[in-house]
Design a protein around this ligand. Structure first.
Ligand SMILES: Cc1cc2nc3c(=O)[nH]c(=O)nc-3n(C[C@H](O)[C@H](O)[C@H](O)COP(=O)(O)OP(=O)(O)OC[C@H]3O[C@@H](n4cnc5c(N)ncnc54)[C@H](O)[C@@H]3O)c2cc1C
Length: 317
C-alpha cells in the first residue's frame, strides 16, 4: 500500500497535494499497488483526490488536531500508514511530521525527491541537494521508505480513478508540555507561494518608504510581492514575503527581481521560476547569471517606466 499525507489549509487541499497524489499514483502503477491519501480535518471533496489517482481517501477528524502538532499528527498517521511507501510533500509542516514516522517505522528517509523512482530494487531516486544547486541520486534497500517530494518537481497529472472514502473520528490527548503556537498573517494579498507572477525586491530599494512603486507594479500585473532576507530582517517587509534558502521556496511563471544582488541563498528559493527577469544597476550583480532577461539600470527610473508602459498596454488591450 502507498500512503500519501495530504496537507490542507483551512480545510482546503493545498495545491501541492495533487502533485503528491500524482507521484503516489505513478509509484502505485509501477509496483501494482493502490494509493491511500490521508488527510486531517480537511473539508474538501475526496473527488478532487480521486481525479489524480487516489484509490482511497481517509479523512481523520480530530478537534485536538485543529492546531498543528507534528508529534501528535505523526502518532495518528502512523497508526494507519502500514505501507512500504509513505509519502509527504516537502513543506515545513510535512517535513516536521515525517521524521517521527521514520522513527516509529524504522524506515529509510529520503527528503526532497525530485524524480519518480529510477529503479525499485534498490529504490533509487533523484533528490535536490545544496539548496537546489545540485542533484544527488540516492538509493535504499530498506523495506519501508518515507519520502518527501519537492514541490513542483514532477507536476500534478490527472489520472482519474473511482475511489472510496473513509471518515475516522479520533480524540487525541495532546501532551500539555508540547504546544505549537500558530500566528496567521492576513495581508489580503496573494500568497507568494501560490502566485504565478512574483515581484521580489531587495535592499537596493533603500528603505520601506519606497515600496509603493513595487505595490503599483504588482497591482498592474496581478502579482504577489516577495523580498530578500535582509529586507524582512530589517523589518521593511513582513517575514511572510521572505524567499530563499531560509524563507519560502517559490516556482512562479515569472519572477521579477528588483534591487536584489542574487546571492546563492536567495536564488535557491526562486531558481525554479519559469522565467527570471532581473533589474539591477550593477552589471556584475550575480543575479544576471541566473536571469533569462536583465535590465541594467537604476530601479528608481526603470520601475516607474515599466509600470507606466504596462498600464498603457493594459488599457489599450
Ligand atoms: C545561512 C544564510 C541564509 C540566508 N538565507 C537567505 C534567504 O533565504 N533569502 C535571501 O534573500 N537571503 C538570504 N541570505 C542572505 C544573502 O546571503 C544575501 O545577503 C541577501 O540575499 C542580500 O539581499 P539583497 O540582494 O536584497 O541585498 P544586497 O546584497 O545589499 O543587494 C542589493 C542589490 O541592489 C542593487 N541596487 C542598489 N541600488 C540599486 C538601484 N538604484 N537600482 C537597481 N539596483 C540597485 C545592488 O547592485 C545590489 O546588487 C542568507 C545568508 C546566509 C548566510
Amino acid at each position: 500500500m502507498i500512503y500519501a499525507y495530504i496537507e490542507n489549509s483551512k480545510g482546503k487541499f493545498k495545491k501541492a497535494a495533487y502533485e503528491l497524489v500524482s507521484y503516489a499514483k505513478n509509484l502505485a502503477d509501477t509496483v501494482g499497488d493502490s494509493v491511500t491519501a490521508l488527510t486531517i480535518n480537511s473539508e474538501d471533496s475526496s473527488e478532487l483526490l480521486y481525479k489524480y489517482g487516489a484509490n482511497k481517501v481517509i479523512n481523520i477528524q480530530d478537534e485536538a488536531l485543529k492546531s498543528f502538532n507534528p508529534k501528535e499528527y505523526a502518532s495518528v498517521l502512523s497508526e494507519i500508514m502500514h505501507g512500504n511507501y509513505i509519502l509527504f510533500t516537502h513543506t515545513t509542516d510535512s517535513a516536521s511530521i515525517a521524521p517521527y514516522i521514520v522513527k516509529k517505522k524504522s524506515a529509510a528517509y529520503i527528503t526532497q525527491a525530485i524524480s519518480t523512482p529510477l529503479s525499485m530494487v534498490p529504490f533509487r531516486v533523484k533528490r535536490s541537494v545544496f539548496s537546489g544547486k545540485g542533484i544527488a541520486v540516492v538509493e535504499t534497500k530498506e523495506p519501508i521508505i518515507v519520502l518527501t517530494l519537492s514541490v513542483n518537481s514532477i507536476g500534478a497529472k490527472e489520472n482519474p480513478v473511482s475511489g472510496t472514502e473513509e471518515n475516522i473520528t479520533v480524540c487525541t490527548d495532546i501532551d500539555p508540555r508540547y504546544t505549537v503556537k500558530q500566528e496567521e498573517v492576513i495581508t489580503g494579498k496573494l500568497d507568494v507561494k501560490d502566485a504565478e507572477l512574483v515581484i521580489g525586491a531587495g535592499r537596493g530599494m533603500k528603505g520601506p518608504e519606497n515600496w509603493g512603486m513595487i505595490e503599483d507594479l504588482a497591482n498592474i500585473l496581478g502579482a504577489a510581492t516577495a523580498c530578500s532576507k535582509p529586507v524582512s530582517d530589517l523589518g521593511w517587509r513582513s517575514h511572510s514575503e521572505h524567499v530563499g534558502q531560509t524563507g519560502k521556496i517559490i516556482s512562479p511563471k515569472l519572477y521579477l527581481s528588483i534591487g536584489i544582488s542574487g546571492a546563492i541563498q536567495h536564488v535557491a528559493g526562486v531558481n525554479k521560476s519559469k522565467t527570471i527577469v532581473v533589474i539591477n544597476n550593477d552589471p556584475e550583480a550575480p543575479f544576471f547569471k541566473s536571469a533569462d532577461y536583465g535590465v541594467i539600470g537604476d530601479l528608481f527610473e526603470v520601475v516607474p517606466i515599466l509600470t507606466k508602459k504596462l498600464k498603457a498596454f493594459k488599457e489599450a488591450n
